[in-house]
Design a protein. Structure first.
Length: 256
């Protein structure tokens, strides 16, 4: 049953991709992107869940994949059959309000990103469920605020929106130092798409080739980067323990 559901999800996502490539103006539309994400990122995750489903509650993997199929179908249906929204949602556009809202999203994403870093190491290294998943959901909100602020910065040619997005930029720098590939690719895609849609500018070929080459070198050394970070963390933990012991011994001497 699980394999059948995975194939069903893959076929639905593939149909959206095929719809996107049939016409030139469809390839940059939402259904095509949604289908590509389903094929390239979600399907491998479902295959991984299928391999370890003996360690999970009975029937949980099938329910997850079935819900994924419903999400893809409803997302496509919302795009193809959208109607005029209710009058209560027909707001008047305002740059200042949009910037303020994006700033709130950045703050929320930054706060929950910091909360993720406060979780114990055993929780971070195990399969995420419960509180870590909730924290990650709200941390991802900051990416939308970052995208909106970059749009406003490119549109208004102002540095102020960029300054508001600095916390998210710093999180991307932290992801680069930690050896996390997905946030780096996400950042590059966001910047490249916004540069095209807002300013109608494409990166030069030499920059694209250089970026691909550097990313290949970086991706091939991710294991070394993560191992180095773990060694540094363990050494810092040892130094912290030594400092605690010294402080305890000094307090005992003072009592004597």
């Amino acid at each position: 049953m699980t394999s059948l559901l995975i194939w069903l999800f893959a076929l639905i996502s593939l149909s959206l991709c095929i719809w996107g490539v049939l016409k030139k103006d469809r390839i940059l539309q939402f259904p095509c992107f949604f289908g590509a994400v389903g094929l390239l990122q979600v399907v491998p995750e479902f295959i991984g869940l299928d391999r370890i489903q003996k360690e999970m509650p009975e029937g949980s993997v099938d329910r997850i994949i079935f819900m994924g199929c419903l999400c893809v179908i409803m997302a496509a249906a919302g795009y193809f059959y959208s109607r005029r929204p209710p009058a209560v949602f027909l707001w008047e556009y305002n740059d200042s309000r949009l910037m303020a809202g994006a700033g709130v999203l950045v703050i929320i994403g930054t706060i929950f990103g910091l909360l993720i870093s406060t979780l114990p190491d055993d929780v971070l290294r195990s399969a995420w469920t419960g509180k870590p998943v909730a924290y990650l959901f709200f941390a991802k909100i900051g990416v939308y605020g970052f995208s909106i602020l970059v749009i406003l910065a490119l549109k208004k040619k102002s540095w102020f929106p960029f300054l508001l997005s600095l916390p998210i930029l710093m999180s991307y720098v932290g992801a680069l130092a930690a050896g996390r590939r997905t946030p780096i690719v996400e950042f590059c895609i966001v910047v490249a798409c916004l540069a095209w849609f807002v300013r109608r500018r494409l990166p030069p070929r030499w920059l694209m080739l250089s970026g691909v080459t550097l990313f290949m070198i970086y991706a091939s050394n991710v294991g070394v980067i993560r191992e180095t970070n773990e060694n540094v963390s363990s050494r810092l933990e040892r130094l912290k323990n030594v400092g605690d012991r010294i402080s305890r011994s000094e307090s005992l001497r003072s009592w004597e």
